[in-house]
Design a protein around this ligand. Structure first.
Ligand code: SAH
Length: 216
């Protein structure tokens, strides 16, 4: 990407990349057009915010690749009246994308610093339907359950039992599953009247879901 790109050209290129990688849902594209990823990436990587690549954020974590954010959001089939739980706030980018698509987003991270930094951006952007909390998301958020949708943005070895239990009937959870440092499979779990249906979506690579709270 050349340094002379204007913001408008950068945005067009960003959206083109998303579409060419399979993000086609107009509501998802609209939400991704409205939220500037550059606000969620600071320091030496800020100038790469519009590339379709994951980037480092504090606490040794990563902001996900935009096309993966788009594909996961699309797979979640979020409705305007839904309450969504995101496990793994990270930079807050994914939560901000969800914010425009549903009634309320609960987002949790085990790192206090990440939650605080994300909250500041949500408030700067006026995204008042996002509630961010420091919590071990592998246990879900029992006080706010059940959820219409659950999005896990860290890799678990199996879909965590407490999260399955906190999904409404008819609800959908999207979660990367597999060994933490290998390639994982993104799966979509749909809760039915009498159990769960599982769909495999694609290969992905996420940082691991770690139990307990972080030091910072
Ligand atoms: N969705 C983020 C990217 C998430 S990276 C974004 O849009 O930027 C994965 C995040 O999951 C990390 O911030 C990590 O701290 C968090 N995480 C890992 N295990 C967790 C757990 N048990 N509970 C809550 N957050 C967890």
């Amino acid at each position: 990407m050349s340094d002379e790109d204007s913001p408008a050209e950068r945005k067009m290129r960003f959206l083109f990349q998303l579409r060419s990688r399979g993000v086609t849902d107009p509501r998802v594209l609209e939400s991704m057009e409205a939220i500037d990823r550059g606000l969620f990436v600071r320091g030496q990587f800020a100038d790469r915010a519009y590339e379709d690549t994951p980037l480092p954020i504090p606490c040794g974590q990563t902001i996900s690749q935009p096309s993966v954010v788009g594909l996961m959001t699309q797979a979640l089939e979020v409705g305007a009246r839904d309450t969504v739980l995101e496990v793994g706030t990270g930079s807050g980018y994914q939560a901000a994308i969800l914010s425009g698509l549903c009634r309320r987003v609960y987002t949790v991270d085990r790192h206090r610093r990440l939650v605080q930094e994300a909250e500041r951006i949500f408030s700067d952007l006026g995204l008042y339907n996002i509630i961010a909390q420091v919590a071990d998301g592998s246990r879900g958020l029992p006080d706010q359950a059940p959820f219409d949708r659950i999005l896990v943005t860290a890799a678990a070895e199996d879909p965590p039992g407490p999260l399955l239990a906190q999904l409404k009937i008819g609800g959908i959870m999207v979660v990367p599953v597999g060994q933490s440092d290998a390639v994982q499979t993104l799966i979509r779990v749909t809760r039915t009247e009498d159990g769960f249906d599982y769909d495999e979506l694609r290969q992905v690579r996420f940082v691991p879901l770690v139990e307990g709270l972080g030091q910072t």
